[in-house]
Design a protein around this ligand. Structure first.
Ligand SMILES: [Zn+2]
Ligand SMILES: [Zn+2]
Ligand SMILES: [Zn+2]
Ligand SMILES: [Zn+2]
Length: 118
């Protein structure tokens, strides 16, 4: 789900540091790099050491910062800035339950895929 905003590249999602062709999906702390799903899989499947890198999802809202919180009501991973933004918007949103986003290693979590052996 890419945000197609025309004019002013400022709000454009951060691009993958590796291929610079796709929007980033995860942030790898060990590499200090934002990677798209494809590059993430390639880079971190390359060797055993790389597969242990801890990564976090990128904020679904701004797609420019690592997500820090997962909102259960919205089923969205948000960075601290977007979390504050969205959840201060109205009293109902303020009641949303959020849990810290945990880093993961190995395969990208999400819909089960056959590419993932674990
Ligand atoms: Zn990439
Ligand atoms: Zn890495
Ligand atoms: Zn954000
Ligand atoms: Zn929420």
């Amino acid at each position: 789900m890419l945000k197609q905003k025309s004019g002013g590249g400022e709000s454009w999602a951060r691009v993958c540091d590796k291929c610079r062709a796709a929007a980033c999906a995860v942030y790898c702390r060990a590499d200090s790099a934002y990677l798209c799903a494809g590059c993430d899989a390639r880079v971190h499947a390359a060797n055993h050491l790389a597969s242990r890198h801890e990564r976090v999802r990128v904020c679904e809202e701004c797609e420019r910062a690592p997500a820090a919180l997962l909102c259960k009501a919205d089923a969205a991973s948000l960075c601290t800035a977007c979390d504050a933004d969205i959840h201060s918007a109205n009293p109902l949103a303020r009641r949303h339950q959020r849990v810290p986003v945990l880093p993961f290693s190995g395969c990208l979590p999400g819909p089960p895929s056959r590419a993932c052996s674990r």
